[in-house]
Design a protein around this ligand. Sequence first.
Ligand SMILES: [Zn+2]
Length: 428
Amino acid sequence: MAASPVLSFHNLSIKEINRHKLFATIYRNPNLPKLRLSQLLDMSLSTIDSNVKRLLSEGLIVPSGTLESTGGRKATGYTINARHKSAIGVFIRAQSAIICAVDLNGDQIASQEVALPYSQESSYLERLSTEVSAFIGNHTELYSGSILGISLAIQGIVTIDEDDSRVSYGKILDNQQLTLSAIQKHFKLPCTLHHDSKAAAFAALWEHPKLENAALVLLNDNVGGALIFNNTVHYGNAFQGGLIEHLTVDHQGRQCYCGDYDCLECYCSKRALEQEAKLPLTDFFTKLHEPECPEALQQLWQSYLEHLSIAIRQVHKMIDGTIILTGAMAPYLTVGDLTELVALSNEHNAFSLTQSTAVPVAHSPSSAGPHETQVGDLLLSVNGDSIVALGAARYLINAYLECFEANPISDPKCNLGTITLNLPEDKN
Ligand SMILES: [Zn+2]
């Protein structure tokens, strides 16, 4: 699929470059008055003034109120207009789809889960398209003209290509060979397709932009994994990087859907735990925290933590960084579980994870989400299932900001080279 007709710095006039630089500076440094912007950008006050007027008239920025000034007269600051553009993220799951919309800060505007069993039939994509249209229609704050596109994330390895992205491995949903071009036929807005766990890693990176090296373990119905190296999501040569779920953690002979035996998936997925406990997840954790909890359930949970710690120990040796635990099971994990995981991972381990008492972690200022907890190198992100849809949508926001060189994340695969955006104003 052809990339967006984007505004590259290479073919812009000086005027346009100044305007783009000003937008990027306001995005990164909200609430500054014109004088400070002129100092930061080394532009004359009259250049700043005319560009501010233009950005205001285009709806890209808004005044952010009157600032206190030492010199008597009060100056007005500016912020970006976060609702100038939005993006839709969709997490396709076996039985439902989570649809969300985010603004230019990557913050969630709205979210909804719709019951929609996945199937390979084209009628599924037709129904999904109808649900997304209904979601957009139900939220009057979303104007289809300002929506950058629909970003879908799915279980399965997605090979991203300029011509056509596709699921190159999809045993769980049996979605092998699902292509972006097949999806696009059912949507008017441009679509992109992503691997769910990499979208989750992108979401985590957005919330922790200074994260250098990290691994993410997505504890959903199935386990997912992704790596962050040097502040970017790692894809690997064939998009198979970071498959933490297929690390061997035991020798009991349990066969994984991948064909191998004793993968982390067989012991630490939500599905595996529910099957062993013969209880739905919520009931399992309710019983686990009761004073009269049966010993079998306590042992099951201990065994779960031991298996997870084996994967954490292996991954930590590779990345030497933060291990992020997230997904549907994350909200049920306690500080005690995190402390236990660190202790288990550090047994007979010369290259141990750092240990510390639990601290709540503040998100980046623009991100309003649930709190996180950090115990040493372990970070528990309780976004739950919604992290995948959020990450998918943020790929589009990041690509749009790339037009202004204001993108918070530099992604080697999901960028303006591979993502098409709905930018009607730039097509003429
Ligand atoms: Zn496996």
